[in-house]
Design a binder for this molecule. Structure first.
Ligand SMILES: [Fe+2]
Ligand SMILES: [Fe+2]
Length: 329
């Protein structure tokens, strides 16, 4: 299990101090100072549902006072997400068509093109450190929705997730392949090793998935999120693999990305037509939220890519300051 991170403000400081003690009913935690404080606090609350932290009592996971604190963080985060991605709207067309139109209209800068053509070795290391926040638990946030689905959408989701989890082979679990890429670049592949270096703008991409996955009321949005994730994965991963090869890396570094070029070309239509489309046909009232989940993904990913590219353009690291910054090494 990972160690607790360093705090980033009043809320995370009080939360992390509380987690070092046994659960207690009179927990009162302050509002976050800013988005860094909010995102880290939320990430740590959600992490209790994944692998937890060293020396943190497992009973904190369902402690009512902690859940009340988390609900306050979620209200702020959801308001921010609505401002960023807009309000849910009914699709103008069949769900898979609407998703494809949304994908085509995305104007976010292309991080993968930059990595393919010109990123430095240090920048690619940064990219993997950012992505480790999600990729070392790849597919887990979406899996929360499985018991909330039935019939066609459930079968579609399991088809995708079975691949994500290696199809019965531990060494083919996508999170394991990503850990292999990190090691090939000389990075620490231990779960949570870089949490102190990962900014809120990156944590928000993971918190969005945990938020949508852990609330049954958002089952439409997490299905839409996964659909757009799969639809926008194959080509960028080909470019990331090409960038790694340009920098002299071999298959141990590229395997994770190579696998996604093929797998996600298949997942993309299963996710759009059978999962998102199937759920919209089964529960038409969910259609606006399915589409919103896809829009929210594009919005947080676009904001994240802009953060990285802007930092690199200005010749600085996109990670939080610290002794282990590869770009500063
Ligand atoms: Fe994957
Ligand atoms: Fe996939």
């Amino acid at each position: 299990m990972p160690a607790l991170p360093e705090p980033r403000g009043a809320a995370s400081e009080a939360l992390l101090a509380a987690l070092r003690t046994p659960p207690h009913p009179d927990l009162a935690l302050p509002e976050p100072d800013d988005d860094e404080d909010l995102q880290l606090s939320l990430y740590c609350c959600y992490e209790l549902h994944y692998r937890g932290f060293d020396d943190v009592a497992e009973a904190w996971e369902w402690d009512p006072s902690l859940l009340a604190f988390r609900a306050g963080l979620e209200r702020r985060f959801e308001a921010d997400m609505l401002a960023l991605a807009g309000s849910p709207e009914a699709p103008a067309d069949e769900m898979d068509v609407a998703l494809r139109e949304l994908e085509a209209s995305d104007e976010a800068p292309s991080l993968s093109k930059y990595v393919e053509r010109e990123a430095t070795a240090a920048q690619v290391e940064e990219l993997l450190i950012h992505r480790s926040a999600y990729q070392l638990k790849e597919a887990d946030p979406h899996s929360w929705v499985l018991p909330r689905l039935w019939g066609g959408p459930k079968a579609a989701m399991v088809e995708i997730q079975a691949d994500e989890y290696g199809g019965g082979r531990a060494d083919r679990i996508h999170a394991e392949l990503f850990a292999g890429s990190m090691r090939a670049l000389g990075l620490d592949s231990a779960y949570g090793a870089y949490l102190d270096r990962i900014p809120g703008v990156t944590l928000s991409t993971v918190n969005l998935m945990s938020l949508l996955g852990l609330h049954r009321s958002r089952r439409g949005a997490i299905a839409g999120h996964l659909a757009m994730f799969e639809m926008t994965s194959s080509i960028p991963n080909r470019r990331y693999a090409a960038g790694l090869r340009r920098l002299g890396h071999g298959e141990d570094a590229t395997a994770f990305f190579d696998v996604h070029v093929v797998a996600d070309a298949v997942h993309e239509s299963v996710a759009a037509v059978d999962l998102a489309g199937g759920l919209a046909r089964q529960e038409p009232a969910l259609a606006p939220d399915i589409l919103w989940g896809a829009r929210a993904l594009l919005a947080v990913e676009g904001r994240w890519a802009t953060h990285l590219l802007t930092a690199w353009e200005q010749g600085r690291s996109s990670l939080l300051a610290g002794a282990r910054s590869p770009a500063a090494a």
